[in-house]
Design a protein around this ligand. Structure first.
Ligand code: GLC
Ligand code: CA
Length: 549
């Protein structure tokens, strides 16, 4: 098999949520100069590209995912000159820069929408999706991903507009060729600046079913990967195809079976996709335990669907929309915290695909013990909280659910040091700092050879030095084992086996015939080598990487 090499297959990515990364002018909000000040840190970690979540002008109803001007930088973050400086310094560090591309919707403060809502005859009316109401109110029964009806009534023209997310995020009308032309020229404008690609937000929602379609069991079916979306995506691909860039689509609703069409080497719309299968496995309610068998199945399904050059995977365990992985998939308990953070690192970094580390994940940051809804910023979480109260749930019970599920769990400021403001700022930040900053911070972990941070570094290094860990095939062993995740990566003679105990109990297993440990060298372990007494017994959250001799 010939290997199609690409820089974006070899690099490890790092997602930056700028608001919470590093504040340099001490207004309590992270900024572009803050990112620039940490380029050495990122380089040292082994990062090949950063993905920066939206920094464009925005009223920040959904923290930048509601864009009011695609070609301006939000003042709080800095200026366009500071962006250019960041871009060129990142490049000098050998770090590429991926921007967030939010083209399913704009802010309701975008000039297109302000025009659009002004009159049914306005030239921009068809930039958005407007419809007459019915006797029941909204045009149909569709509900928004952020709660409530997906329609908002507008007094000026007595019609409703569609919003898949918050009501301040009206959906663009992709059936209008003018909309596409504008968006594509904006994309080219950014690419001409020399950025290295896009993470394409909510892109599986750009096509809507006919408005007469009723909601089904899946409340979002009418605007999730709806057939006919191909045409729009092909046009978008033709814009991307002209450049050597990384594109990753956020593709809620795209199954592993369909993935090759979305990311196939030649005709795919994107280089890779963020899938939702393994992430949705984390049970948001009662049971805290990870369902290891289904977790392995979900990951393996994607690994196999895109194997042998059929496509490429995007690998992740965290992002700005989900709670911290140690808290949901691992354990915050003192005895398990460090080992579980490392075990989770090995559960995704060495799979086939391009890994994305989310800021703070590399030091094992955990969920925030939120005590009141006033500490919450995310609009969907607030909606959810008040919906729960309306059903009669007591506030403290509702807060319990929020503590576990809120996406703000991953938006607390980056813990650089154990100081009062965690080395993030010199004043109270926009979002509460996790009190465990004294225990979990970058500064302490830099000097500790056993730290989560140094473990991440070692894995990234190992990956960069062994092509099998990048281009090699993937194989799952012991699929039915309820605790162990065992997989191999192989390219010609280069052969690795990764064994991870994803449970709080000891685990044992007879390893498959061809994985007899005597023939293998231990490359990496989250226990001290000498603590490994028995090759076939694994301590809680123990994880090892072996290479064939
Ligand atoms: C994506 C983003 C999320 C945002 C939503 C609407 O899911 O990751 O943060 O709220 O799109 O743009
Ligand atoms: Ca600032």
């Amino acid at each position: 098999m010939t290997i199609n090499k690409a820089w974006w297959k070899e690099a490890v990515g790092y997602q930056i949520y700028p608001r919470s990364f590093m504040d340099t002018n001490h207004d309590g909000i992270g900024d572009l100069n803050g990112i620039r000040s940490k380029l050495d840190y990122l380089k040292d970690l082994g990062i090949g590209f950063i993905w920066i979540t939206p920094i464009y002008e925005s009223p920040n109803v959904d923290n930048g995912y509601d864009i009011s001007d695609y070609q301006k930088i939000l003042k709080t973050f800095g200026t366009m000159e500071e962006f250019d400086l960041l871009l060129s310094e990142a490049h000098q560090h050998g770090i590429k820069v991926i921007m967030d591309l939010v083209i399913n919707h704009t802010s309701n403060q975008h000039e297109w929408f302000i025009e659009s809502r002004s009159s049914v005859k306005d030239d921009y009316r068809d930039y958005y999706i407007w419809a007459d109401g019915t006797i029941d109110g909204p045009p149909n029964d569709w509900v928004s991903i952020f709660g409530g009806s997906a329609w908002e009534y507008d007094e000026t023209t007595h019609q409703y507009y569609l919003h898949v997310f918050a009501k301040e995020q009206p959906d663009l009308n992709w059936e209008n060729p003018r909309v596409k032309r504008e968006l594509f020229s904006m994309i080219n404008w950014w690419l001409d600046k020399g950025i290295d690609g896009f993470r394409v937000d909510a892109i599986s929602h750009i096509k809507k079913a006919p408005l007469t379609t009723k909601s089904t069991n899946d409340p979002f079916e009418s605007f999730k990967n709806v057939s006919g979306i191909e045409t729009h995506l092909e046009e978008l691909r033709d814009v991307f195809k002209k450049r050597d860039i990384l594109t990753v689509g956020e593709a809620n609703g795209v199954s592993a079976e369909q993935a090759h069409q979305w990311v196939g080497e030649n005709k795919g719309y994107f280089n890779m996709l963020f899938e939702f299968d393994h992430i949705s496995l984390w049970n948001k309610s009662e049971n805290d335990l990870l369902d290891v068998i289904h977790f392995k199945q979900a990951l393996t399904k994607w690994q196999e669907a895109l194997a042998n050059g059929k496509g490429w995977n995007a690998l992740y365990m965290e992002n700005h929309d989900i709670p911290r992985s140690v808290s949901s998939f691992g354990s915050e308990e003192e005895v398990f915290w460090q080992a579980s953070a490392k075990a989770l690192a090995l559960s995704f970094l060495l799979l086939q695909g391009t890994p994305f580390i989310y800021q703070g994940q590399e030091i094992g940051m955990t969920n925030m013990p939120f005590t009141s809804i006033d500490e919450i910023d995310a609009v969907d979480t607030k909606n959810f909280y008040y919906e729960m109260l309306q059903t009669g749930l007591a506030p403290d019970k509702a807060m319990e659910v929020i503590r576990k599920t809120a996406r703000d769990n991953s938006r607390t400021p980056m813990q650089w040091t154990g100081e009062e403001y965690a080395g993030f700022s010199k004043r109270t930040p926009w979002m509460v700092i996790n009190p465990n900053k004294r225990k979990i911070n970058v500064l302490d972990q830099m000097d500790d050879p056993e730290s989560v941070l140094n473990f991440y570094k070692k894995i990234i290094q190992l990956r960069s030095q062994n092509e099998a860990l990048i281009y090699g095939g993937y194989k799952l062993y012991l699929p039915e084992h309820p605790q162990l995740f065992v997989y191999s990566r192989r390219l010609g003679d280069e052969h690795f086996v990764i064994i991870i105990n994803l449970s709080k109990e000891f685990a044992s297993a007879d390893l498959p015939e061809n994985v007899q440990i005597e023939d293998w060298d231990l490359q990496l372990s989250n226990l001290n080598k000498y603590e490994i007494h028995q090759h076939t017994i694994f301590a809680p959250y123990e994880a090892r990487v072996y290479k064939h001799k």
